[in-house]
Design a binder for this molecule. Structure first.
Ligand code: FAQ
Length: 311
């Protein structure tokens, strides 16, 4: 590294010019991006499992077609993100193996079970809703390939969130049993959705540096507050309630105040001791092993093509 390279990097960050793969960057900036983009990619592909669980049981052909499209979109998001991570010089297979071995994280939210149909609309609405709040901010992240991947991903997440809310409206307008199912799903997914934004700012070891490098554009607590402010009126519009006795509108600040998050629960889930951690990783390991023949066949085909092209 020369002083000139370091100065140019800092000037690009200060001047809001995207850092591109061929540009010089500090080692820790590269490592932070590989960690965050890698975890983000793993979340997308592990996130297919709770919803995939309901593909064969969606209540109508229309709901099934929408869910199938959504789950496929999540696979696509994973692929864009693995590609963005690869521009930083890491191998996709290496990242993926680390996730399978429990050496890389994925979002805590996907370690909760989907117990009944109402969980699927609620995931679309709350989980994709939380993801959008975080990802809209990441459209302005300082690393070019990550920011560009986010633009397309946000468009699709926005469709996911709307289809989720529309399916929630159908349940809210349905029978007493359907309304009970919807409230139960909100009760189970509300707090885990708030946990998606990470630990509070005082206990977020990566935030200060990621904010200075403009990898993150807002703190965990700022984005969590934005999500609560966006979402509480939607819960009310559905005629449902938020499972938080401390939730209150604070006119002075123009924000909702909410109760303390169960940080022990978040830490336990992140540490691999959530309800579904074992099940999720086992499913991904099984898929990896079963897919070995596809990877071998693709490699053999590529080698054959290369020989043909060279001849
Ligand atoms: N779960 O210092 P911080 C989706 C880890 S959306 C698990 O605050 P940072 C769409 C964190 O990695 C979900 N781990 O960390 C979809 C760090 O660990 P490390 C994915 C968590 O990075 C919808 C440690 O705790 N979205 O998939 C969580 O500055 C429906 C300390 O935390 C993204 O990944 C958590 N909730 O901020 C798909 C967005 N929170 O590596 C399918 C991009 C924190 O130091 C179906 N990521 N940790 O050991 C980010 O914005 C950031 O990485 C944060 C965490 C905000 C998640």
């Amino acid at each position: 590294m020369t002083n000139q390279q370091q100065r140019r990097f800092e000037a690009d960050i200060a001047g809001e010019r995207a850092i591109e793969p061929q540009d010089w960057m500090p080692d820790d900036y590269r490592k932070t991006l590989i960690r965050q983009i890698g975890q983000h990619a793993h979340s997308e592909v592990v996130g297919m499992l709770p919803e995939g669980n309901w593909l064969t049981r969606a209540p109508s052909l229309r709901r099934k077609a929408i869910l199938l499209a959504k789950v496929q979109d999540e696979a696509g998001h994973g692929l864009y993100l693995y590609s963005a991570a690869e521009t930083l010089g890491c191998a996709r297979e290496d990242l993926y193996r680390k996730m399978l071995e429990g050496r890389m994280k994925y979002s805590s939210i996907f370690n909760y079970p989907t117990l009944n149909w109402a969980d699927i609309p609620v995931i679309g609405w709350l989980v994709d809703g939380a993801a959008i709040v975080n990802q809209v901010a990441l459209c302005r992240t300082s690393y070019g390939p990550y920011a560009r991947a986010m633009v397309k991903i946000c468009k699709e997440e926005s469709f996911h969130q709307r289809q989720g809310f529309e399916a929630c409206v159908a349940l809210a307008n349905g029978s007493d049993e359907q309304r009970r199912m919807l409230q139960d799903a909100i009760n189970r997914f509300w707090w885990p959705s708030l946990m998606m934004f990470g630990p509070d700012d005082a206990r977020s070891p990566n935030s200060a540096r990621s904010l200075a490098w403009k990898i993150k554009r807002h703190t965990n607590d700022e984005l969590r507050q934005r999500f609560v402010d966006n979402t509480v009126p939607q819960v009310e519009a559905l005629g449902m309630t938020v499972p938080d006795p401390d939730l209150a509108w604070d006119a002075a600040s123009g924000h909702y105040r909410f109760g303390e998050i169960n940080w022990t629960e978040l830490n336990e889930v992140i540490a691999g001791r959530g309800i579904c951690n074992h099940e999720r990783l086992a499913a991904k390991r099984r898929a990896w092993d079963k897919g070995a023949w596809v990877r071998e066949a693709a490699l053999a085909w590529a080698e054959k093509q290369q020989r043909t092209d060279a001849a």
